[in-house]
Design a protein around this ligand. Structure first.
Ligand SMILES: Cc1cc2nc3c(=O)[nH]c(=O)nc-3n(C[C@H](O)[C@H](O)[C@H](O)COP(=O)(O)O)c2cc1C
Length: 335
């Protein structure tokens, strides 16, 4: 499925799986897509430097992943425009600029969350990308950085990037980032979440598409946020408990279709696994994303353990997953 109309674009943003470095790679996105046909999937952040100078193809994805958004890291408008154009040519449905990552490595490259302090540069980056692509160019950001955490700081950022850059869609990770002193992990846990601030932003910029991110753990919470905003992005919970996505098509997007069983999703991975293994992929790189599928079900621990202990062995194939599935009690396979 590809995004083709404005209505579809709007709909896909109702729910998305966050960009997560080392987690939301193409194997993970293929697996998530089996659970939900509608949810927007984000790539891991890819830097412009990697795309332009790196060895290898950083834009590879499976056609089944649509709608899929490429998250770029960078702050040079020319480089970003070049990469955005490449991504559009490769069929990505959206480009997202990372203005939220607080890691030191990212700050040294002058991109990520530290760009919140430079709204004019972000506007220039977005404008440069929009000039060369037709797909949406969106921004993922925080509610503030360090001591620059007033609502006025956030609104000035959004106003400039939307008015001068032309950005129409923002995802707000509803906590600020401390640029020094906290690790990226701590920066996802310690600064408190402030959902009302993101709600206020939507009230003050009703013409913009605003999605919220941070700490969302269930589809019920997603529906609550949708009372106030256009979209919800879920990160860690979608990765660690992917079956959360299994009812998204029905509950969030209103589709009338049966909910897949966990075992069905596992079996639907078999052809993909076999095809990827023949192309040189390594089983463990695919199955690591599936470990949380049976979370809090009887047999979950055996499932995880069998895969973890066996998927890395040389020559391991789909039979490892079949054996792991057989460890789930029979009655659980029907839910
Ligand atoms: C392992 C991991 C890697 C992440 N990598 C990125 C990234 O590449 N780009 C980005 O914008 N955010 C990244 N994030 C942050 C998430 O996109 C998200 O903003 C954050 O986890 C809060 O959402 P959550 O509470 O639903 O997990 C990462 C988070 C995790 C856990």
């Amino acid at each position: 499925m590809t995004i083709s109309t404005d209505t579809d674009k709007f709909k896909a943003h109702r729910l998305s799986v966050a960009p997560m470095l080392d987690w939301t790679d193409r194997h993970c996105r293929y697996f998530h897509r089996l659970l939900t046909s509608q949810t927007l999937l984000y790539t891991e952040m890819v830097t412009t430097g990697a795309i332009i100078h790196g060895k290898g193809d950083f834009l590879t994805y499976n056609q089944e992943e649509h709608p899929v958004s490429l998250q770029l890291g960078g702050s040079n408008p020319t480089d970003l425009a070049y990469c955005a154009k490449l991504a559009q040519d490769r069929g990505y449905d959206e480009i997202n600029l990372n203005v939220g990552c607080p890691s030191d490595r990212v700050q040294n490259g002058k991109f990520g969350a530290c760009l919140m302090a430079e709204p004019q540069l972000v506007a220039d980056c977005v404008a440069a990308m929009r000039e060369v692509v037709d797909i949406p160019v969106t921004v993922k950001t925080r509610i503030g950085i360090d001591d620059q955490d007033s609502y006025e700081f956030l609104t000035r950022f959004v106003q400039l990037v939307s008015e001068q850059g032309g950005c129409e869609q923002f995802t707000i990770h509803a906590r600020k980032a401390w640029l020094s002193g906290l690790s990226p992990k701590e920066n996802r846990e310690i600064p408190p979440l402030d959902y009302p601030r993101a709600y206020q932003l939507k009230q003050d910029f009703p013409h913009l598409t605003i999605a919220i991110n941070g700490g969302v753990k269930s589809l019920t919470e997603v529906l609550d946020h949708l009372q106030h905003l256009d979209g919800v992005m879920v990160g860690r919970e979608a990765y660690q408990n992917p079956y959360l996505l299994a009812e998204a098509d029905q509950q969030i997007f209103g589709l009338d279709k049966p909910i897949k069983k966990r075992s069905q999703v596992v079996q639907e991975m078999y052809p993909y696994i076999e095809q990827q293994l023949t192309q040189g992929a390594y089983l463990g790189h695919i199955t690591r994303h599936m470990l949380g599928l049976f979370q809090s079900m009887p047999g979950a621990r055996q499932w995880r353990r069998y895969i973890s202990e066996n998927a890395h062995k040389p020559g391991s194939g789909v039979e490892v997953v079949e054996t792991a599935l057989a460890k789930i009690p029979y009655q659980e396979l029907n839910v």
